[in-house]
Design a protein around this ligand. Structure first.
Ligand code: ZN
Length: 229
């Protein structure tokens, strides 16, 4: 389970724990400015273990890898002091080229060594920031490349691919009720600015960066649709 500490991967972690008898998590330090997500993810794992004993029994090792090379590859708004805006290539400056491809490649390397079969990620192309490495076709192609390159039969799972952000909150509620929704609110992090001082109904964040806007918009539609607040 590629678990960054964000809302999407936290929800996917619960999805994986509901399906698989053994789940291991992996996170990456890549020079992200919002490195606070790496602290938050530990709180989420601890909270999950204490609130969901059946899942705790399935939750195995947590791996933390240094992928600082991503920061070295070039300046982006997530890895350097660059403004968050639309770039000339039609993508926001928060796009980190190659990030998800490297994440899955590193995760596959660890999974290969650990005898794990499914690689689960929270990527989504329904309402997202337009990152091409979140697209279903990219990840399907990557599954083929990894299986050829590692002579394996990995299955790349992206349960959120066709869900919007409101549906992601609904999925959390279906999987773990209010206890899981509360954990996602308190102990996941989405804000690109690494802001945690301000607590909104949907969690901590600056409230104005694209990641906060997606998270808040999804929350508002979820609550308006009768979701557990
Ligand atoms: Zn923010």
């Amino acid at each position: 389970m590629l678990f960054s500490g964000g809302q999407d991967s936290a929800t996917c972690l619960a999805w994986a724990l509901a399906r698989f008898s053994e789940v291991e998590t992996i996170g990456f330090a890549y020079g992200q400015r919002h490195a606070v997500e790496l602290e938050v993810r530990q709180h989420f794992l601890a909270g999950l273990r204490s609130a969901f004993p059946a899942w705790a029994a399935r939750l195995g090792a947590d791996h933390m890898l240094d992928l600082g090379v991503i920061g070295q590859m070039g300046e982006t708004a997530l890895t350097a002091d660059v403004a968050i805006e639309m770039g000339r290539n039609g993508l926001p400056t928060t796009f980190v080229p190659g990030r998800n491809i490297l994440f899955f490649t590193a995760a596959a390397g660890v999974a290969y060594r650990r005898g794990l079969r499914h690689l689960v990620g929270g990527m989504c192309e329904t309402d997202y920031s337009g990152y091409p490495d979140c697209r279903d076709d990219t990840l399907k192609a990557l599954q083929v490349a990894l299986n050829l390159g590692l002579d394996s039969r990995f299955v790349v799972e992206t349960p959120l691919m066709w869900l919007d952000k409101a549906a992601t909150w609904t999925l959390a509620a279906q999987l773990g009720g209010k206890a899981l929704v509360d954990l996602v609110i308190e102990h996941t992090h989405s804000c690109y600015r690494g802001e945690r001082a301000i607590r909104h109904a949907w969690g901590h964040g600056c409230g104005t960066c694209p990641a906060c806007e997606l998270r808040a918009g999804g929350w508002n539609r979820y609550v308006a649709g009768g979701g557990i607040p």
